[in-house]
Design a protein around this ligand. Structure first.
Ligand code: HAM
Length: 437
């Protein structure tokens, strides 16, 4: 086994390269995006599932494809204590199909629409919008082979982005054919690339024979020029794939979605058949895909299952949030603490503690000065400062006078207005005021 690098003092208290913490200033935005996504998935008939973060390595090598970058270079694979090779999931589709097979979710004439979200792991070169642990929301429609399902999946992704207010997006589509027509196209492509061999990079020359379609999406500028003039796969489709593609395009037009054909779009995963698509953002720079997907009618068989057609997409959570921030989109209202309970003196602290808990039990978010071991409880001014700092809408102040009369002084932190309210009524009063505002 390879000797692991020892962390130095400089790095040991830092997250590993390419992974990051999503802190409170950002996490509330993620909650908003997730809510909108979950609602849209439900509106399109998708049910949420939670899948394992790691799977047998074989699921990905067979499902995603041995010659893909993901399987060749990017997987986090390790041998567990039971001597099994397992891999942190680099994507969700293979796991979703595995789960559908394992639990018999798609019988004869029974389809399943499933979605999930969570972290994925790829050992890629980190840069803006590209991480080694990143998050996806992923939708898979299993058991349907017709083009209506493809259009519905694309429509679902477009609708999520519409609800999130994303602008400046472009849908790009292609058909990558099927095992009937692809071998013929591979030949045409290999002939073409062989004639241009001198202009291709080393990796492409190596790849050309094994997986010539991958040369089409090489990012090296010279290879791009060669690929731009390569024969288009959609001119070499078999009748079935051609008819399917025509129907997908007609469906997109019917729904009023503009799209661009991109003959170089082959996607980095080997399971695709027929439709492949991406949604690109004009605001992301090099890593401009916010979403990618397509049809994968043979994935189930490649992992040892029966024939089970499928089509789906995954969107990059991190990238979606990034674009929304850059475009100044709304994430709704940032949740804030409604009430800060202030004890004017030590005698009032017990009542403050009870009131804070009661407010929370009533579903009103409340905070109090909990003190700490080194400096103990804080004074009135410091507590009011905290109320301001956390953006509380109300302060509930309890001092000797309030205790004597069994009331609480409720201060509106925006207007500064104060009202005396019976202690028992504090929650009701705040709730009423909040619904009026
Ligand atoms: P993918 O194109 O590899 O497809 O990933 C989908 C999306 O995940 C990308 O468009 C991007 O937004 C995001 N993404 C990918 N890698 C990273 C990264 N390193 N850092 C940040 N975001 C990233 C799939 O994963 C397929 N399973 C999609 C699919 C579902 N096809 C059919 N069903």
């Amino acid at each position: 086994m390879m000797e692991a690098k020892i962390e130095t003092a400089e790095t040991q208290n830092k997250a590993p390269r390419g992974v990051r913490d999503i802190l409170p200033d950002e996490s509330w935005k993620w909650a908003y995006v997730l809510n909108v996504t979950a609602q849209t998935m439900a509106d399109f008939g998708y049910s949420e599932v939670h899948l394992p973060i790691f799977e047998h390595t074989e699921l990905f090598s067979r499902g995603v494809g041995d010659t893909t970058d993901i399987v060749e270079k990017e997987m986090y694979t390790f041998v567990d204590r039971g001597d099994r090779s397992v891999t942190l999931r680099p994507e969700a589709t293979a796991g979703m199909v595995r789960a559908a097979l394992e639990h018999n979710l798609c019988g004869q004439n029974v389809s399943s629409k499933l979605w999930c979200w969570g972290p994925m792991f790829r050992y890629e070169r980190p840069q803006k919008g590209r991480y080694r642990q990143f998050y996806q929301f992923d939708a898979e429609c299993l058991g349907l082979s017709g083009p209506v399902a493809d259009v519905e999946v694309i429509a679902l992704s477009v609708e999520i982005f519409r609800r999130l207010g994303l602008r400046n997006l472009e849908v790009v589509a292609n058909s990558v054919g099927c095992p009937n027509c692809r071998p013929q196209y591979r030949k045409v492509l290999i002939d073409y690339f062989t004639s241009k061999k001198n202009s291709l990079c080393k990796t492409c020359i190596e790849r050309m024979g094994r997986n010539p379609l991958r040369v089409l999406d090489c990012k090296v500028p010279n290879c791009g020029v060669v690929a731009d003039s390569a024969p288009a796969i959609y001119e070499h489709l078999c009748d079935e794939c051609a008819a399917h593609f025509e129907e997908v395009k007609a469906g997109l037009t019917r729904l009023g979605f503009p799209y661009k054909l991109d003959k170089r779009l082959v996607r980095g995963l080997d399971y695709y058949t027929k439709t492949a698509y991406e949604i690109l953002s004009g605001d992301l720079g090099a890593q401009n895909a916010v979403c990618g997907g397509g049809r994968y009618d043979n994935l189930s068989e490649s992992i040892g299952g029966p024939h089970l057609p499928g089509v789906g997409f995954a969107a990059g959570f991190d990238r979606v949030v990034l674009v929304m921030e850059q475009q100044g989109n709304s994430f709704g209202k940032r949740p804030r603490t409604t009430v800060y309970v202030v004890a004017q003196d030590d005698a009032a602290r017990g009542v403050a503690q009870i009131l804070t808990h009661k407010l929370r039990m009533e579903g009103i978010s409340a905070e109090q000065d909990a003190g700490d071991a080194s400096r103990g409880a804080r004074g009135f001014k410091a507590q009011m400062k905290s109320a301001n700092k956390i953006g509380a809408a109300w302060a509930c102040i309890i001092g000797a006078e309030e205790m004597a009369q069994n009331v609480v002084t409720v201060k509106n932190m925006t207007s500064g207005e104060q009202t005396s309210v019976p202690l028992e009524e504090a929650a009701n009063y705040i709730r009423q005021q909040e619904t009026q505002s």
